[in-house]
Design a binder for this molecule. Structure first.
Ligand code: SMG
Ligand code: MG
Length: 369
């Protein structure tokens, strides 16, 4: 297989529910899609970088730039293109995991489609359905939060995750726990605290949380280990786990008891699988994180979340959670579960006329030798 032509497409989709975290407020999703045309057919990738740096240092314009100028030429130089060879070629450039994951995702889609194999089978999935959790943004009032969470509980989600930040933590968590004594509940701070907040965070132990996700900075592994010794609530790391090596270090230091895996954060689905393998070897449970993806990204995430070590509900949601009209046929949830696509590649196609309608910019990259 050989890469022949690439389309970098920016789309802008209104969010049906605004989403606020300690990182800021999202009202719409400005997303980069990548269509890779190869000698064996097309494949699609989705970039999970946000328009601005915040979750990590990556941002959309930067991702598009490094893809176009550096990653695509390196991948196009390969005569026998495979997902693993694409990842190896891109590894020559340090950093930029979300950009690399976008290219790898599209190459893998094209390569698997041509081989009539699904992402799920290729990655080693053992399940046909995935348990879904929902991530609930910071609300304006406790009353509005309770109303929003009630709706999600009624829809059947199997776990509720509350975004927290200083000033919005113990009160919302207490209110939801009092109202829903039996739900699986967890909190995600997106690195909004420091170790000086340890006593305050220890008050979360009263609410029987499944985990506290990324309370401290992404580089603060030792501080997370110190915090873990002061809390009964298990610590889960998200932003800190940038590679299989980082996962090994974090587990060895006692910085986390649970790991959130996002392919975009770690450079692709192949590295995501290696992190899964490291965690399974250490008996550390993992779950699949989300970045408000369209149906394309969710399709790949569903395949990943079907691997054996993914034993906790994923941040994988039906299309309607965020989008009135998704770019794929709508992903639907039934009894808090979503089916893993079984068709070749991602198993889902973008609806080209819908994509066209959301498109704000298209750059075509050709001229690969
Ligand atoms: O449903 O895809 C979703 C959102 C899940 O909360 C979610 N993601 O830190 O886990 C996380 C956040 C990162 C996105 S905030 C820009
Ligand atoms: Mg998180």
């Amino acid at each position: 297989m050989k890469l022949e032509r690439v389309e970098l497409r920016r789309i802008d989709i209104p969010l049906s529910t605004p989403f606020r975290t300690s990182l800021g407020l999202e009202l719409n999703r400005d997303i980069l899609l990548l269509r890779a045309d190869t000698s064996e057919g097309p494949g699609w990738g989705e970039c999970v970088a946000m328009p601005e740096p915040g979750y990590s240092e990556e941002y959309l314009d930067g991702a598009a730039e490094i893809i176009r100028r550096f990653l695509l030429p390196a991948v196009a130089a390969l005569d026998e293109l495979t997902p693993a060879r694409a990842a190896a070629a891109m590894a020559a450039f340090p950093g930029h995991p979300m950009a690399k994951a976008t290219v790898e995702m599209a190459v893998m889609d094209a390569w698997l489609r041509a081989r009539r194999t699904s992402y799920a089978d290729h990655l080693g999935a053992v399940r046909t359905v995935v348990d879904c959790g929902v991530s609930v943004g910071i609300a304006d009032t406790i009353g509005l939060l309770i109303a929003e969470v009630s709706g999600y509980v009624d829809q059947g989600y199997r776990r509720i995750k509350l975004k927290i930040e200083p000033g919005w933590d113990l009160e919302p968590v207490r209110a939801i726990r009092e109202r829903f004594p039996d739900i699986a509940l967890q909190a995600d701070a997106n690195a909004a605290y420091t170790l000086a907040d340890a006593r305050h965070l220890a008050a979360l132990d009263a609410f029987d949380l499944v985990m506290l996700e990324q309370p401290l900075g992404s580089g603060d592994l030792r501080d997370h280990a110190a915090l873990a010794r002061m809390l009964r609530t298990p610590i889960c790391l998200d932003e800190s786990i940038t590679s299989a090596r980082a996962a090994t270090d974090a587990i060895g230091l006692g910085a986390c008891a649970i790991v959130n895996i996002k392919a975009g954060r770690v450079g692709g689905y192949l590295e995501a699988r290696r992190i899964h393998d490291v965690c399974v070897a250490h008996s550390v449970p993992v779950w699949c994180g989300g970045m408000l993806e369209t149906g394309l990204g969710q399709a790949a995430n569903l395949a990943l979340a079907a691997l054996p070590g993914f034993t906790l509900p994923a941040d994988i949601v039906p299309s309607e959670r965020y989008f009135a009209t998704d770019v794929t046929a709508p992903i639907r949830m039934s009894e808090g579960r979503i089916a893993v696509p079984g068709g070749p590649g991602l198993g889902l196609e973008p609806m080209l006329e819908v994509v066209e309608g959301y498109t704000t910019d298209v750059v075509t990259v050709t001229g690969f030798s």
